[in-house]
Design a protein around this ligand. Structure first.
Ligand SMILES: [Zn+2]
Length: 305
């Protein structure tokens, strides 16, 4: 047996066994490629949003409003995802050192000094490599940690412009950094699953698949897009996507999280229309959805040429 993630399955259709192509990510039937259209859009969104935030921070600029609002809702939705915890703690500790001690900014921090790296069960080298690849940290040849391009923009706010921890800029930059590492790691985990069949990050995937479904639903409504002020998704459409979470407990937890019932902070969903049996997507995601639809149209037009 080879290790390749084979996406052909034999399915009994009531009479014969037929070969059906299944999406390598969500496992649903795929007519397009190795990935279904919905999962392709999910990956597209992850890369677009990550690139937009990264580009802004690299140039020391505030990311655009649509990206920040979406980043906030998405990071809130994924905040409890255990995989991110170690990264978040390590980044926070490093930022703290740079802020309280100028010396550490110029001479770097010894890897052994970062206590959160000692206390995590994740691979220390993997965390450092991921943060390095996402330009959050830099590592010198003598293995000391320096701020990467992303952290530099954040630290400049404090060190050069004197912003305080409660300022709008500080909050936005911190948020952008959190979103960048979450998106970067989700992207990697999904790519790894496609290539090597490693465990699938189901909750992050479903989060983006929900947004993909909205994009697919509204993508062809060309002239109306500007005028839409509420994006909706049928209850049954959402249920179908959430089915990849498996157990009823996981599904309910997800609903309770994205609607904000658990912490009074609505995330992906801001309301449920009982009459129409439709979920209303949080309005902070409206411009993000419009933006993604425009980008997808651009790419598809380009491809047709
Ligand atoms: Zn799929």
């Amino acid at each position: 047996m080879d290790n390749e993630n084979n996406n052909d399955r034999w399915v009994f259709d009531g009479k014969y066994f037929v070969k059906v192509k299944r999406c390598l990510l969500c496992g649903l039937p795929s007519h397009t490629d190795k990935l279904c259209e919905n999962c392709q859009y999910a990956l597209f969104q992850i890369r677009e949003l990550k690139d937009c935030l990264t580009e802004a921070l690299r140039e020391g600029k505030m990311p655009p409003d649509w990206a920040l609002k979406a980043a906030e809702k998405i990071t809130e939705t994924l905040a409890d995802y255990p995989y991110f915890l170690a990264y978040k703690k390590v980044i926070s500790e490093i930022v703290w050192y740079y802020i309280i001690d100028d010396e550490s900014l110029y001479n770097g921090i010894e890897i052994e000094e970062v206590t959160e790296l000692e206390y995590t069960h994740r691979s220390r080298d993997q965390i450092l490599r991921d943060l390095y690849e996402l330009e959050i940290i830099d590592i010198s040849l003598d293995r000391r940690i320096f701020p990467g391009k992303m952290l530099k923009s954040l630290l400049d706010l404090k060190k050069i412009y004197g912003d305080n921890f409660a300022s709008f800029n500080w909050k936005s930059y911190t948020l952008a950094i959190q979103a960048i590492f979450m998106l970067g790691i989700v992207e990697k985990l999904l790519e790894k699953h496609i290539k090597e069949n490693t465990p699938l990050p189901r909750i992050p995937l479903v989060t983006f698949k929900i947004l993909s479904a909205v994009i697919q639903k509204y993508k062809d409504k060309t002239d109306e897009l500007d005028r839409i002020n509420e994006f909706r998704l049928l209850d049954i459409e959402l249920q179908a996507l959430i089915s990849i979470l498996g157990s009823k407990v996981s599904k309910n937890r997800f609903y309770i999280n994205i609607t904000g019932i658990k912490d009074s902070n609505a995330k992906l969903i801001e309301d449920f229309d009982e009459k129409e049996k439709e979920f209303i997507i949080h309005k902070d995601l409206n411009n993000y959805i419009k933006r993604m639809i425009e980008r997808i149209r651009d790419v598809e037009r380009e491809r047709k040429r």
